[in-house]
Design a protein around this ligand. Structure first.
Ligand code: S3P
Length: 181
């Protein structure tokens, strides 16, 4: 049984597959899907790289927090968040209070392999040379774990089995579970 207002937040580092998993989980549950980054872009009227360039990261974080708060009245919705969403503006407390949080956990090496393909689209890593990307990810992930690690459900994100995620989410009661595939 899914408690509360039936919202599942997918959290995790950039490149962990949150949007793909969120869309598949929503389809499998027959729920709606929201990608928080796209909502931020709609609200700001510009892309995330442009928000970072023109207005700075602090401004981006303000919009991100506001857009997240606006999801409160939704029900039966999967929300995939940005990699930094849980780590700013008491957003993790908000998500824990209003839905179920699922952390898609990947290792720094797995994330590096996936992000090497797409550094240019992501403001936080676009200026990092390829040979320094692993170190950057390892460091930032270690600092972010204190938020990510509070998720209700922690699941290995690489080769994620959506049927398994579906059954874990629907059978979730009120205690934290850690699942390793
Ligand atoms: C960010 C992750 C991005 C996006 C922004 C900041 C972060 O989302 O919200 O560039 O702080 O890790 P993805 O995790 O979807 O790439």
């Amino acid at each position: 049984m899914i408690p509360g207002n039936k919202i599942v937040y997918i959290i995790g580092f950039m490149g962990s597959g949150k949007s793909t998993a969120g869309k598949k989980l929503a389809a499998s549950l027959g729920w709606a899907f929201i990608d928080l980054d796209r909502k931020i872009e709609e609200q700001a009227g510009k892309t995330i790289p442009r928000i970072f360039d023109q207005d700075g990261e602090d401004h981006f974080r303000k919009i991100e927090t506001q857009v997240l708060r606006n999801t409160e009245s939704l029900t039966e919705t999967i929300i995939s968040t940005g990699g930094g969403t849980p780590c700013h503006g008491e957003n993790m407390d908000f998500m824990l209070a209003t839905g179920i949080t699922v952390y898609l956990k990947l290792t720094p090496a797995q994330l590096t392999n996936r992000l090497l393909e797409s550094t240019g689209e992501r403001p936080l890593i676009k200026n990092i040379p390829d040979n320094q990307l692993y170190g950057f990810i390892e460091n930032k992930l270690a600092r972010r774990e204190k938020w990510y690690g509070r998720a209700n459900i922690i699941i290995e994100g690489i080769n994620l089995d959506i049927n398994l995620l579906h059954s874990i989410v629907t059978s979730y009661s009120d205690k934290s579970i850690t699942t390793n595939l």
